[in-house]
Design a protein around this ligand. Structure first.
Ligand code: FES
Ligand code: FES
Length: 148
């Protein structure tokens, strides 16, 4: 099966029902996308599929064939950070960092849909779990990125 990841084409030899997350990590070799729960609850594995945020642990790889997959490694434009990444750095958001790639991907998709999200929008959409409790900094950084 052929996958398009961050603008590059990859031929992968996997069962169609293999979780997309594992294919991204094991076959494509991009390990920025993390495994947390495996049941679409925590958001650590969030990527973009044709620009929409999806939780890749609970999605069969076959669902991604023919679509544009973007991972955290493909979010920046060359050396220029995405505005969400920049806001994350400016606001010292990450603690251990484990949840953060998924968090950033979810936020980037939110700002695409709603360039000026309210706190209610953020609460409704950014349901990613952070065991380090960075939620306050996440919210501040989202508002900063929305103004950038
Ligand atoms: S690992 Fe996919 S949502 Fe938790
Ligand atoms: S920064 Fe540690 S889990 Fe979120």
């Amino acid at each position: 099966m052929q996958l398009n990841v961050n603008g590059k084409s990859y031929d992968v030899d996997v069962e169609p029902n293999t979780p997309l997350l594992w294919v991204i990590r094991e076959q494509v070799g991009l390990t920025g996308t993390k495994y947390g729960c495996g049941i679409a609850e925590c958001g650590a594995c969030t990527i973009h599929l044709d620009g929409a945020a999806v939780r890749s642990c609970a999605m069969p790889v076959s669902a991604a064939a023919g679509k544009r997959i973007t991972t955290i490694e493909g979010l920046a434009s060359g050396k220029t950070l995405h505005k969400v990444q920049k806001a994350w750095v400016d606001h010292d958001v990450p603690q251990c960092g484990y949840c953060q790639a998924g968090m950033i991907m979810a936020v980037a998709a939110l700002l695409q849909d709603k360039p000026k999200p309210t706190n209610a929008d953020i609460n409704a959409t950014i349901t990613n779990i952070c065991r380090c409790g960075t939620f306050q900094q996440v919210r501040e950084a989202i508002h900063a990125a929305a103004k950038a």
